[in-house]
Design a protein. Sequence first.
Length: 123
Amino acid sequence: MPVRKPQDSAGPYPRERRHRRFDLQFPVHVSFPSAGAFRELDAISRNVSIGGALLRANDSLPPDTQVSLSIEVKGPRLRHPVRLVGEGHVVRVERLEPDAGFAIAIECERPIAEIENHLPATG
């Protein structure tokens, strides 16, 4: 049985992690259906794996909300920004310290991928 590190536990129900997590703090754009329209929410990633992401946002989302997310990864070791995209649902929402917003955990149905993998090449 694998040893579980304390940071792998979230709340009273520790879960076995299926994917390696990366501590990445980048802007995340979240869109989701609400009352017959699509709404948008801007957040910051706290950690990301190919199977989901943990975000910090000023507003909350209801659990089980279907979402699309886009993460723009930039850094000195990258020649150009990389946009990661995913679709999934909200699995957990926790209020953070006062005036610190919410932690929103999203599980993706398919692995998070670069957007270039989903767009046709031009010229």
